[in-house]
Design a binder for this molecule. Structure first.
Ligand code: ADP
Length: 419
């Protein structure tokens, strides 16, 4: 028989057991909640460090851009600027500044502000004729060109728009384009004159019945031939320049050759001119076996153009021309000097430009040159990794000095280097 006491003891045992299991459950619960919160902290830290890493990676990538890059928020405040932007704006503080404040020239900020206000993407080329850059300081290089490219970045639904801005220095591209345009304009101009002359004589011969007069016909034809020769000389020179500029320098036929053999070639070609002008050409070589590595064809042309120029510009008797060469420790030096009329100092900086001729010289009127000779000389030398300089004391000495480093790299010439 179960007594009341026994029942009470049983109830107490059951209650105790329930209490114990409740305590165990509570303990377990606390343990797992502790584990959960420490896990959350770990995940949170990991997430933050991942985010930081991603941000650093993004900044590194944007810093690697050569163009200036900015991120601007919906209030027109700069939130990010890459390394190129800091450099462009002279490391001024850019972050947290209003975008309109950073450009000192309003022509540059105009396009960007339009994009910020309307949200329309802009790509604007700004030509600054005045000597200033986006940072507003004085530049020595004259006209410079900038491209401002701004567009809103598509954001997630509901968030405020961010605008990305790229600022690119397009000065070199603009110059190259300008040089090409000038080249075409100059070439057309140079070709138009002889062509108009030929047409004029043809009209005379055909329309005015000059063909009946054989003497006149012969005279006209010989004038026409002179101008036709000029056209073909200009075209040939232009082809040489364009070959040198088009990267064909990479396919220069590079081989060792004796410089003396080029001298012999050009002296042979110019022999009658030298004799007729009663000029003297002396050769000064410290090493008769001076050997160059390069394209012998272009080196012969370089030498020919320079010596022919000296003779052409000084048709009076008694001109002295010197062709020199020396083998220095780290370079070869080649020079061509003459004691003729010389080049005025005001013209010296322009002398290697295409179609440039010294106004005062008689050669221009007598259709002797194309104005491309020195341009070819400079490009050919640069394609071989060398340089050329000129000095002139009119009536005393005009000297073209070529320096060719012994470890010179044969490269492509860039039209921007010389207009
Ligand atoms: P061109 O075909 O007219 O000779 P170049 O490019 O060879 O063209 O030369 C440009 C100009 O430089 C010449 O027209 C001439 O006025 C000047 N020049 C070049 N070499 C000499 C020189 N040795 N003496 C005087 N003037 C020179």
């Amino acid at each position: 028989m179960i007594t009341t006491t026994s029942l009470s003891i049983l109830a107490a045992v059951v209650a105790l057991a329930a209490l114990v299991s409740l305590g165990v459950l509570a303990l377990r619960l606390r343990r797992s909640s502790d584990a959960l919160s420490s896990n959350i902290t770990i995940w949170k830290n990991r997430l933050e460090s991942d985010l930081q890493q991603a941000r650093e990676e993004r900044n590194r990538l944007l810093d690697a851009l050569s163009d200036a890059f900015l991120l601007i928020d919906s209030e027109s405040i700069i939130r990010f600027a890459n390394a190129a932007a800091h450099q462009l704006f002279n490391c001024r503080d850019l972050i947290n500044r209003p975008a309109r404040e950073i450009f000192l020239d309003p022509r540059l900020s105009e396009a960007l502000l339009h994009c910020l206000e309307t949200g329309d993407p802009v790509q604007s080329r700004v030509l600054l004729a005045q000597q200033s850059s986006p940072r507003g300081d004085l530049e020595t290089r004259g006209i410079n060109t900038w491209m401002i490219d701004a567009a809103r970045i598509p954001n997630s639904e509901g968030s405020l728009p961010t605008t990305r801005v790229i600022i690119r220095d397009m000065t070199a591209e603009h110059q190259t384009e300008q040089i090409r345009k000038d080249f075409v304009a100059n070439a057309s101009h140079e070709l138009r004159t002889p062509m108009a002359i030929i047409n004029g004589y043809l009209e005379n011969l055909l329309d005015d019945n000059m063909l009946e007069d054989p003497e006149m016909t012969r005279r006209f034809l010989s004038i026409m031939r002179k101008h036709a020769d000029r056209i073909s000389r200009i075209v040939e020179d232009m082809l040489v320049i364009s070959r040198l500029e088009s990267g064909e320098a990479n396919s220069l036929k590079v081989e060792p050759f004796r410089f003396r053999s080029c001298i012999n070639d050009i002296l042979e070609r110019l022999e009658s001119v030298i004799r007729n002008q009663n000029a003297s050409v002396t050769i000064t070589m410290s090493d008769e076996a001076l050997t160059l590595h390069g394209d012998r064809f272009y080196w012969t042309q370089v030498l020919f153009n320079l010596v022919e120029n000296a003779l052409k510009q000084n048709p009076h008797p008694g001109l002295k021309v010197e062709i020199g060469g020396e083998n220095a420790a780290d370079c070869h030096r080649i020079w061509i000097t003459d004691n003729g009329i010389g080049i005025p100092s005001a013209d010296l900086p322009h002398i290697f430009r295409r179609f440039y001729r010294v106004e005062k010289h008689h050669s221009q009127r007598e259709i002797k040159g194309t104005g491309l000779g020195l341009s070819i000389v400079k490009r050919a030398i640069e394609a071989h990794g060398g340089t050329i300089t000129v000095t002139s004391v009119p009536g005393r000495e005009t000297k073209f000095l070529i320096t060719l480093p012994k470890d010179a790299q044969i490269t492509e010439t860039h039209p921007a280097a010389t207009p």
